[in-house]
Design a protein around this ligand. Structure first.
Ligand SMILES: Nc1ncnc2c1ncn2[C@@H]1O[C@H](COP(=O)(O)OP(=O)(O)O)[C@@H](O)[C@H]1O
Ligand SMILES: [Mg+2]
Length: 285
């Protein structure tokens, strides 16, 4: 509803052949993807894959060596100020000021953005993120999930149409992750475009309309969850090399019929202290 109508049809984010190196380290080797307006897109990749690098380029914090990218219709290289007006970035590490209360954190950002009525903006966001009761407490007292919710709330001030969430749930416990997921889903339902990065398959599975896997500098897969699942072979048998246990060695040496002693113990196995050979396996399981 509040989306700029002239830009509604083109993708909210378009990335074409982006490359980036840090000295000799060629991190992005030609990355391409598009994010539809109002959708949630997950950039999935292991630690060091280049997810943060890609986010930094899209949020104009870093210049690409090659390729082009646009956000909300604006080129990240030549229209950086317009891009910054269109986005918010929630970094991998929470940007919340712990000395301030939750409400004060929100008011601070609203003032930095020169918005009128920062108090009302703060109260509305506290309510939206179920932080009204905690709003008067120092953020230092917040749980990980509350802190991350406050961080996301802060990033929404000014209603940017595109938000970047860099590993929004890394380090959170399972309950807090679900709280954050709920808020991210609500954002997209409200029409915001969300690009998130994650190392977690289940997070991408829970949240994303589309998932792209960044691996060795390139997007190796890009599709919906159903499309990605269809790529997997139906079943896989793996050969795992296993060190022989003492039990394996024992049976190899004495043969499989050499367990006469164990059979003899069987009737009294519960209380017999001499029942050594069979106990370790039981307690390990
Ligand atoms: N400023 C930098 N200088 C040199 N190397 C960097 C810099 N930032 C990131 N890297 C390296 O680039 C690679 C990708 O980093 P990053 O984009 O942070 O990956 P991810 O966010 O997927 O974990 C890593 O090997 C990282 O060590
Ligand atoms: Mg990162």
């Amino acid at each position: 509803m509040t989306m700029p109508t002239d830009r509604g049809r083109e993708p909210a984010i378009r990335v074409q052949n982006i490359e980036k190196s840090y000295r000799d380290l060629h991190v992005l080797k030609g990355v391409d993807f598009e994010v539809a307006s109002g959708s949630i897109f997950a950039l999935l990749g292991s630690n060091g894959a280049g997810k943060t690098t890609a986010i930094k380029i899209l949020s104009t914090l870093l210049k690409a060596d090659a390729g082009t990218a646009s956000v909300n219709g604006y080129d990240v290289a030549t229209q950086a100020a317009d891009v910054r007006e269109s986005i918010s970035l929630t970094g991998q590490f929470a940007a919340v000021d712990e000395v301030l209360t939750g409400r004060e954190n929100l008011i601070l950002v609203a003032k930095l953005r020169h918005l009128t009525n920062p108090g009302k903006i703060a109260d509305d966001l506290l309510a939206r993120f179920s932080l009204t009761d905690a709003g008067g407490r120092k953020a230092a007292t917040y749980s990980g999930g509350m802190r991350r919710r406050l961080d996301i709330a802060m990033s929404l001030i000014g209603n940017p149409p595109v938000i970047f969430l860099d590993e929004p749930t890394t380090g959170l416990d399972p309950e807090a992750r679900i709280e954050v997921w709920d808020e991210v889903k609500k954002l997209a339902q409200g029409g915001t475009t969300v690009l998130l990065t994650t190392q977690y398959l289940d997070e991408a599975e829970q949240l994303a309309d589309r998932i792209a896997i960044l691996h060795q500098g390139r997007i190796i897969v890009n599709g919906t969850l159903a499309e990605l699942k269809a790529l997997l072979p139906p079943a896989k048998v793996e050969y795992v090399e296993k060190q022989p246990s003492l039990e394996d060695v024992f049976f190899a040496v004495v043969g499989n019929n050499g367990d006469a002693g164990k059979n003899g113990d069987a009737g009294t196995s519960g209380n017999e202290p001499s029942n050594k050979t069979s106990n370790p396996a039981g307690t390990d399981a």
